[in-house]
Design a protein. Sequence first.
Length: 239
Amino acid sequence: MDYDPSRTASDEAKEKTREQNTPLAERGQRLYDRWAENQLLYDLIARASASPRKQACDQLDLSGGERVLEIGCGPGVNFEMLAEGISSNGAVVGIDYSTRMVQRAIARRREHGWENIEVVRGDASRASFEPETFDAALASLVLSVIPAAREVIQAVHDALSPGGRFVVFDARARYREGSMRLLNPLRTRFVRRTFNHQEHGVVDELRAVFERVAVVETFRAGSEYVAVAVKQPDSADNS
Ligand SMILES: C[S@@+](CC[C@H](N)C(=O)[O-])C[C@H]1O[C@@H](n2cnc3c(N)ncnc32)[C@H](O)[C@@H]1O
């Protein structure tokens, strides 16, 4: 790599993390291309998480006219709720790195005539969004499968307007309550192989970047949760 005097040690560390993460990212991309082909099973699983999804969309607190960023939008299962929330004068941008997921999301958008929803193919951990261009952001079942989750969270933080909300619905590799915990060795292996689940704690990563983070509800013996991170109105860049 050429010498660039403006590069800091932190830039180099980030670059190194990206390089180390690349094989995992490619593995994840291939995995989610396959998931996109298995439409029936995907929709079944998506329906099983209808309640936390609705809670997550409600927590965005949309009243119409907002610009919303959806990280890892997959086949667009949240689009209907987002479209209702933003109404006709808002806009949604969904980003996903799986080509097949993006194709399915675009097909869904076309089928429903949601003209104010844009779907972009890209790796969210490498994306740079225009600063302070979104009022709210959503990530459902995504941050836990992204190796460089901290970078994505930082990018979302920077892309949000002051006071903007980042709502995260996600899954943990372990049950936290009751006898379901006995199944943890199986669950951990299952989510790692089936969804490319990573070991980092998403809520801790959110707390490292956002000023205010609260887990508002947990589901399925504590293995799923909805968290809300808010960018302070007077927030300075804390990267
Ligand atoms: C479990 S699916 C969830 C999809 C959707 N949000 C939902 O709730 O149904 C995870 C999605 O995140 C996408 N994804 C994973 N890592 C990503 C990354 N680094 N950048 C963009 N999309 C990513 C995958 O392609 C997949 O569509």
